[in-house]
Design a binder for this molecule. Structure first.
Ligand SMILES: C[S@@+](CC[C@H](N)C(=O)[O-])C[C@H]1O[C@@H](n2cnc3c(N)ncnc32)[C@H](O)[C@@H]1O
Length: 273
């Protein structure tokens, strides 16, 4: 019997050397995309507010947030190897006041730590205090949310982020979009036929999932359509405020286009309780 992809599969893939190298390189040499910077500046105007970055990986966005002037940053990831990279990048850039935590987005209660490997969370108290007051904003960049297998698990992560954020907090994230081009639509029609016949990759959890291998190693990704994300935000305490394809936000450099496919940016605003 073929094993379905689980969060353990995804975590092991991100801890694998090709993925660690890929994301560490991007963190060191690529930095923020133009579109990311534009939207962060637009939706996170208060640099003194505590920010939570989910799925920070090797710190590509984290360290840039600090360089942009944000001073209360908590960043977490469930892949220890990537988190170690993020910590050393911050140290290398002379940044000492980012709180890095080893945690899973679907279990933040109260900032559940995965520190069984002997890595102490940098500052547990600080994290819990920030969480109790409520983060003033959250980010889950470069499709990390879509790398959680199972729609109900993705909704759990959205609920967890809602729980630790303050009312009115912005939440910026990206997804792919199954309807983004005629080619995508045609490919997904073919995939739908495979699912109808039961001929899909048996490791996949749901229609829209992909599991592939490239220079960044093995990657699990759920590709939603727009209606799915709108429904997930509404079901988990977030009000949809904005969404746009990356090409509509900014023209990216060749290096960014080589690093990453087109995606859709989303901004949810945390509802009051
Ligand atoms: C595509 S990478 C992006 C990394 C980084 N944000 C960047 O933009 O370079 C997605 C990240 O999300 C993390 N991730 C996926 N599922 C997660 C979960 N359930 N909890 C915490 N981190 C998760 C992965 O370990 C990985 O570092």
């Amino acid at each position: 019997m073929v094993k379905k992809i689980s969060s353990e599969t995804v975590r092991a893939d991100f801890n694998d050397p090709p993925a660690v190298l890929y994301y560490a390189r991007a963190a060191h040499f690529l930095g923020l995309w133009k579109s990311e910077r534009t939207l962060i500046e637009r939706f996170f105007p208060d640099q003194s507010t505590p920010l939570l970055e989910a799925g920070c990986g090797a710190g590509r966005v984290t360290v840039k947030l600090w360089e942009m002037g944000y001073r209360q940053i908590t960043a977490f990831d469930f892949a220890q190897e990537l988190l170690d990279q993020a910590r050393s990048l911050a140290a290398e850039r002379g940044v000492t006041d980012i709180t890095f935590v080893h945690a899973d987005a679907t279990r933040l209660n109260p900032f559940h730590s995965l520190s069984e490997t002997g890595h102490k969370p940098v500052d547990d108290n600080n994290v819990i205090i920030a969480g109790a007051r409520g983060f003033g904003g959250a980010l889950f960049m470069f499709n990390g949310l879509m790398q959680i297998p199972g729609r109900e698990n993705r909704r759990t992560a959205l609920r967890e982020l809602h729980r630790v954020c303050a009312p009115g907090a912005p939440f910026l994230f990206t997804t792919h979009d199954r309807d983004s081009s005629l080619t995508e639509r045609a490919l997904w029609r073919l995939e739908a036929l495979r699912w109808e016949r039961g001929e899909q990759d048996p490791r996949l959890v749901e229609f829209g999932d992909r599991y592939f291998e490239d220079e960044s190693g093995r990657t699990f990704m759920h590709l939603p359509d727009r209606a799915e994300i709108l429904a997930d935000l509404a079901a988990t305490g977030w009000t949809h405020e904005f969404d746009a394809m990356r090409r509509e936000v900014a023209t990216e450099s060749r290096a960014v286009l080589d690093f990453s496919d087109e995606c859709r940016f989303w901004l949810g605003r945390r509802n009051a309780d």
